[in-house]
Design a protein around this ligand. Sequence first.
Ligand code: XUL
Ligand code: CO
Length: 439
Amino acid sequence: MTYFHNINRIKYEGPNSTNPLAFKFYNPEELVGEKSMEEILRFGVAYWHTFTESLKDPFGVGTAIRPWDRYSGLDLAKKRVEAAFEFFEKLQIPFFCFHDIDIAPEGDTLKESNQKLDVIVAMIKDYMKDSKTKLLWNTVNNFSHPRFVHGAGSSNNADVFAYAAAKVKKGLEIGKELGAENYVFWGGREGYETLLNTDMKLELDNLARFYHMAMDYAKEIGFTGQFLIEPKPKEPTSHQYDFDVASGYAFLQHYGLDDFFKFNIEANHATLAGHTFEHELHYARIHGMLGSVDANQGHPLLGWDTDEFPSDLYTTTLAMYEILKNGGLGRGGLNFDAKVRRGSFEPEDLFHAHITGMDSYAVGLKVAQKLIDDNVLESVIENRYNSFTKGIGKKIIDGNTDFHQLEEHALGLGEIENHSGQLEQIKAKINQYLLTIYA
Ligand code: XUL
Ligand code: CO
């Protein structure tokens, strides 16, 4: 059975193509530096937004027209798998990602839920045999069901802690079974509403216990995927524990988890935290903690997680700059944790959305590589900090000075001379690179 009848395999047709169902910039085989676009970008489809999402919002029901939606229960889950692999094949996308409840409906008991998962996981495994699409990461949804009302690993209720642990245990087994490259923890409700009823210390300690046990279990069963924490500052809780990379890193270090985990950084979560996307990528990179990316974008006028498909070339350029400076994403990838708008409810829109995201990152990659090749930003930065390459600056860097000597140096100074940060000039340069990359 096919679901996207009038759509053929999406091909690269170049920047001048007028075919909306073609890549204009993403050419999987094209080399950028030493690797192909496909190898560097490692795109992934988010199962939840593409195959499970109904496009409902707080004010209205779902609008999505999906050819598989006339089915229900386990049948629906099976049709979604068929549709998913047709979609992956037509898009030639190398990866996908899912939560447990995206792929299979929950049963009345944990045991029943696991049985349903087993059926669908076996089916996915079968489809993966004939597909080039691999599992970038899986995770479990420990936030939607009412039992998680007070959290999961940070819940006040030990039974909920145990239930959440059992779901992650199953998630790791599934990850191993399907050869997942990573396993993601997004702390949906790992946070709190108010300190008036919260023991924050106990919740944080428990969350760390939870992650340690997950780590132990992964080792026990020989699951070798990379563990990733996905920070988000708020929504659904008002104070999320993994607020951003910096606070997440402090948490991991404090509890001795930093050797085992890296971060899955989502663009829209970065902006919700009051950061730029590139800030989060950069912070993770300079600490050796950049693991993977949830590629989406927020709406500049809305203060919540709108999960739009990425189309802002300035942001994709600066993101790819960080990723290239990181030496790539290793086992990570660019997962489109993004959904089509409620008004884009036709099945074909799913293709247009992914084409837009993939093309936008392809452009960002090419511009970023050229900025690096031409040493554009590095030369500005090198020049800006050159006071630390000689004299008293070099002594500071080498640890060869103290407050006595620094005071002596300061007393001997006349008027201190500073230089322009050249921001406008740098922005003009980036615009020039963006506008001439395909000239
Ligand atoms: C929620 C979010 C999640 C995680 C996986 O904002 O980003 O979909 O990516 O649980
Ligand atoms: Co995400």
